[in-house]
Write a protein that binds this ligand. Structure first.
Ligand SMILES: *[C@@H]1O[C@H](CO)[C@@H](O)[C@H](O)[C@H]1NC(C)=O
Ligand SMILES: *[C@@H]1O[C@H](CO)[C@@H](O)[C@H](O)[C@H]1NC(C)=O
Ligand SMILES: [Zn+2]
Length: 650
């Protein structure tokens, strides 16, 4: 344990305790001296708090007092500079508590008075005297086995002689003018450090009655601006009052617990979590990656806006897994996965959050397994998995299912409420209806992605600003405002229904080219990020300019344009960006449907689930269906295997 004395004026003294302190053969570097102390490492924070610090210090003080009484300190004078270190390491949180005590005995009880107050050597001595003192000091230290913190100084005229502290008694008797020297850790002008107090105690006890006063040289051997400066050393003379013999029998009080940085009696704490906790290390590494993108390429990028967006991912299949991974890549931390099926053997090769283990024993619930994988990839994720069946139009709710359905609807409403963006990535068209409606009512950003065999659709739903009937508002600039954009159902002239009815098995499980989900997921996430970065957010207008004009168009957003839809055709490796307005008879987002949902609530939903044709009837679609028999309806799915279709419809 070393006490560094080489620090400059005005810098507080410090003691270094590190792992080498436990090596018995350790030698301090030049001009530092060792202090021997006790380290108490507590196992719990409570034990750290409850430890009787007064009693601990008293026992250390008593030991010091005994060694002064017996005189063993003379041969080992560094015993006059003890310390106590109380520690507790919270290795889970990487919090390190420590509290030092530098024990000092209050003896004599009454403060000793200076007959010559501390003065710096620079003031007291001439240049010549100072350098003569310094060379005598260096000559003495060089003869010592280890650097001595205490010593005696004899003065003969202008000549100084240093001697070992063990010769204290002898020197005091034989010489007229004796100076006791000590390396002083204090750097405060006029205030000697704590070991000086124990030195006075030793002198007062040992020479009680025969030593009236003593001169102490406090060596402050500093290096300032690369130049060694001995002139800051202090010298003072102190009166040593004679003590009653009875006073010598009483162990003096011991003080010395250090105040913390708030100037309170209490421990100090070092919080190393940001540089030791692997989770935090990962966090800062991940954030740095994104920040580099901002620093180097996109100074306007608002990473915080992205990071704080809470995403609800409905469907944890190929699209759901890939979307969640990419959201993570953009720094999103709060991702909730929803699904109602289990991981099957065919899933892991395409669904990037699952592994073989997830399929065993009947398969783990997809949503929970996906959420757990996100956390495994990056422990800083706040991901949750929720098994939930989304009620759908055309899938009749029997009386026995009524209560469960009500609960499920409530859960979905709550989930959409507590998130900022909703991804619709389910495997049937009709399962998208209820979340589309709820999210439209709650004005949440909705990103929809669906796959065909070699085609995909990615679109953002228009975000309603009040229930005004959409009118033709595409302006001359070729824009449709974000609040006028259509939803997934706006292009359809039939209400969603049981899409597995009337279909053969091979039609029920749309098989897609494996890369398609990656492409569509990537575009879905990038579309959300573009929406978030646009100054108008979800109300960002979509461009309707003539074909290819968007290649040259200026954009309000640092990431470029924010399309309404992206339709891709892998057979041609081609993509188009259509935009369309909300449809006034849309079964999921038209004002009439929203009004009915908001006023009638579950009763309305129940009729929509159970009554075929109900949605068409109230929206007026039924009346116009004859005219649009050839309307295109995309049958899209995010499913590729029979087993999960079986489970879906089971
Ligand atoms: C320690 O630091 C971490 C991260 O810098 C912080 O989250 C935590 O609250 C800190 N702990 C205390 C007790 O201050
Ligand atoms: C959907 O249609 C399929 C095929 O006709 C049928 O087996 C299934 O029970 C229907 N599902 C519901 C919930 O009505
Ligand atoms: Zn719509």
């Amino acid at each position: 344990m070393t006490n560094w004395i080489g620090n400059a004026v005005g810098i507080a003294p410090f003691i270094t305790v590190d792992h080498s302190a436990f090596d018995s053969g350790w030698k301090p570097p030049g001009r530092n001296f060792t202090a021997t102390g006790l380290v108490y490492n507590m196992n719990t924070l409570d034990k750290f708090k409850d430890l009787d610090k007064k009693a601990l210090l008293a026992s250390v003080g008593n030991e010091l007092w005994q060694s002064i009484k017996i005189g063993t300190v003379l041969g080992d004078p560094e015993k006059l500079c003890p310390f106590v270190l109380l520690t507790f390491a919270d290795l889970k949180k990487y919090h390190f508590y420590y509290w030092f005590a530098f024990p000092a005995l209050k003896f004599p009880e009454k403060p000793t008075s200076y007959s010559e107050p501390p003065t710096s050597l620079r003031q007291k001595l001439s240049e010549t005297e100072l350098s003569s003192l310094l060379s005598a000091y260096d000559a003495f230290q060089s003869t010592q086995e280890k650097f001595s913190a205490l010593f005696v100084v004899k003065q003969h005229g202008e000549k100084y002689m240093f001697d070992s502290f063990a010769n204290l008694d002898q020197t005091l008797k034989s010489t007229e003018k004796v100076i006791v020297g000590i390396c002083d850790p204090s750097s405060a002008m006029g205030y000697p450090g704590w070991p000086v107090r124990n030195l006075i105690t030793l002198l007062a006890y040992r020479f009680n009655g025969c030593l009236k006063s003593v001169t102490v040289l406090c060596v402050r051997d500093r290096t300032q601006d690369g130049v060694r400066d001995f002139g800051n050393s202090q010298i003072f003379t102190v009166e040593i009052p004679e003590q009653e013999v009875s006073a010598l029998e009483v162990t003096p009080e011991c003080v010395g617990w250090e105040k913390n940085e708030r100037q309170k009696m209490g421990p100090r704490m070092v919080n190393l979590s940001s540089c030791m906790d692997p989770t935090r290390l990962a966090e800062s590494a991940v954030d740095l990656n994104l920040k580099l993108m901002r620093w180097r390429l996109l100074p306007d990028l608002q990473l915080e806006k992205i990071a704080c967006t809470k995403c609800l991912v409905l469907g944890s299949g190929t699209l759901g897994c890939n979307v969640a991974r990419l959201l993570m890549g953009w720094g999103m931390r709060h991702i909730t996965m929803v699904d109602n099926s289990k991981v099957s053997y065919s899933n892991p090769v395409r669904q990037s959050l699952f592994a073989f283990e997830h399929c065993l024993e009947g398969g783990q619930p997809k949503a929970q397994a996906a959420a757990a994988s996100l956390k495994m990839i990056f422990p800083g994720m706040k991901s949750e998995g929720i098994s939930l069946s989304i009620p759908m139009p055309g899938h009749t709710i029997t009386d026995s299912m009524l209560q469960q359905t009500k609960t499920d609807v409530g859960r979905l409403e709550e989930l959409i409420d507590t998130h900022d963006a909703v991804f619709l990535l389910m495997d049937t068209r009709e399962s998208r209806w209820l979340p589309t409606l709820i999210a439209a009512s709650k004005r949440k950003i909705v990103i929809n992605a669906a796959l065909g065999f070699d085609t995909f659709l990615v679109l953002r739903h228009g975000i309603k600003s009040g229930h005004v009937v959409p009118k033709d508002s595409s302006d001359k600039m070729g824009h449709i405002s974000g609040s006028q954009l259509g939803c997934y159902f706006c292009n359809d002239v039939v209400a969603p229904g049981n899409s597995t009815r009337d279909r053969t098995l091979d039609q029920q499980c749309t098989v897609t080219r494996p890369g398609l989900s990656m492409v569509a997921s990537a575009l879905a996430v990038e579309l959300l990020v573009s929406v978030l970065q646009h100054p108008q957010g979800a109300e960002a207008p979509a461009d309707t300019s003539a074909k290819d004009d968007h290649f040259v168009m200026d954009s309000d957003c640092s990431l470029g344009i924010v399309p309404h839809q992206i339709r891709g055709f892998l057979s041609r490796f081609h993509q188009i960006l259509p935009s369309s307005q909300a449809f006034s008879m849309c079964t999921a987002c038209c004002p009439l449907v929203l009004d009915k949902y908001e006023t009638e609530g579950f009763d309305f939903l129940l009729r929509a689930f159970n009554e075929a044709g109900y949605l068409e009837e109230i929206t007026g679609l039924a009346a116009m269906q004859d005219a649009t028999v050839d309307a295109e309806v995309w049958d899209l799915s995010d499913d590729e295997d029979l087993s999960s279709v079986d489970m879906e419809t089971a």
